[in-house]
Design a protein around this ligand. Structure first.
Ligand code: UDP
Ligand code: MG
Length: 316
């Protein structure tokens, strides 16, 4: 198998057939050597029925991995990568926001440039709201300054990877997976290719503000210990300040016999310090929670059904 195309699907009933048609049209000569791996991430609509019927009638190789419930896009990507057999593996969304024709371009880039191991598509212009854009920018700035991995800001999960890159990604045993970080962490030479995002063919985006926030925090915790170090430094700094303040009060009392200025200072200090303590405990708790999740060693996803039309075996 030359190429595996991984397609995570969550409630994409309106896009499956369209995606298949567009991909067959776009990949052309590549299609006989391509397997399409649809990962049904516990969709609640008729996505799985659409996939079953596609599997029956598709002329080209179609495989389906269907989860027992919604495990999230990261889990779907992992399942797809684990199933992929291709020399090259591509990851693409099911909603046709990412035109499958770009995969051909990515293949050309890797064929012409053996020094590159992966191609990642990035959006030149972002077609999203100002506020979301601002938050995303902030997140990448924070994660950039906190972690050792360099995450290209606008790069998406839309990628083409050579086999060694896929194997490297699969060699990471962690359960809490943050793909953007993992892609950067495994290294290799990545070519960044600009692309234009299209409108969603059908259905709605699965992301909202809070989901993105959670994703951002997970990413920071998975790839950086610096928040822990920062909370220790903050503790040390405040301890220093409190000693300084103590000295000032003692000196003032000895020299001028000042009565200690009372309640407001005390109230402010207690509030500030307890706030900082809670923040510190919160940060610590986040890392502990991740540790707890990892140590349970639960599988990242559970497969309920697998389909394979084995179509390539019939093709010459
Ligand atoms: N997706 C998934 N599981 C989820 C959420 C999303 O497999 O829990 C898939 C979804 O079907 C789509 C891709 O991930 O193929 C990207 O999702 P979406 O289009 O909602 O994200 P956006 O393009 O808005 O960033
Ligand atoms: Mg989308």
């Amino acid at each position: 198998m030359l190429l595996s195309v991984i397609v995570p699907c969550y409630n994409e009933e309106g896009n499956i057939d369209l995606f298949y048609e567009e991909t067959v049209k776009a990949l052309g000569d590549l299609m006989p050597e391509t397997e399409l791996i649809f990962v049904n991430d516990g969709s609640r609509d008729s996505t799985i029925r659409k996939l079953r019927s596609l599997c029956e009638r598709a002329e080209y190789r179609v495989r389906v991995v269907s989860f027992s419930r919604n495990f999230g896009k990261e889990a779907a990507l992992l399942a797809g990568l684990e199933a992929s057999q291709g020399t090259f593996t591509s990851i693409i969304d099911a909603d046709l926001q990412q035109n499958p024709a770009y995969i051909v371009e990515m293949m050309q880039i890797l064929n012409e440039h053996p020094e590159y191991d992966a191609v990642a598509a990035y959006q030149q212009e972002r077609k999203e709201g100002m506020i979301l854009s601002l938050f995303k920018k902030m997140f990448y700035n924070v994660i950039d300054s906190l972690t050792d991995v360099k995450i290209m800001q606008a790069a998406s999960d839309f990628r083409l990877l050579r086999r060694p890159v896929v194997d490297a990604i699969l060699s990471l045993p962690e359960k809490c997976r943050f793909s953007k970080g993992i892609f950067a962490w495994v290294g290799f030479e990545t070519y960044y290719m600009p692309y234009t995002v299209e409108e969603r063919a059908s259905g709605t985006s699965k992301w909202n503000f809070w989901k993105l926030m959670k994703y951002a925090f997970d990413g920071i915790i998975a790839f950086s210990n610096k928040p822990l170090i920062m909370s220790s430094i903050a503790g040390l700094f405040i301890f220093g300040l409190s000693i300084l303040y103590l000295i000032i009060i003692v000196v003032k009392t000895i020299l001028w016999g000042d009565p200690v200025a009372g309640f407001p200072t005390l109230a402010c200090l207690i509030l500030m310090l307890s706030g900082i303590q809670l923040l510190g405990i919160g940060i610590l708790g986040q890392y502990l929670a991740k540790n707890y999740t990892e140590s349970k060693e639960r599988p990242v996803y559970i497969v309920k059904e697998e389909l394979d039309n084995g179509a390539d075996q019939e093709l010459p």
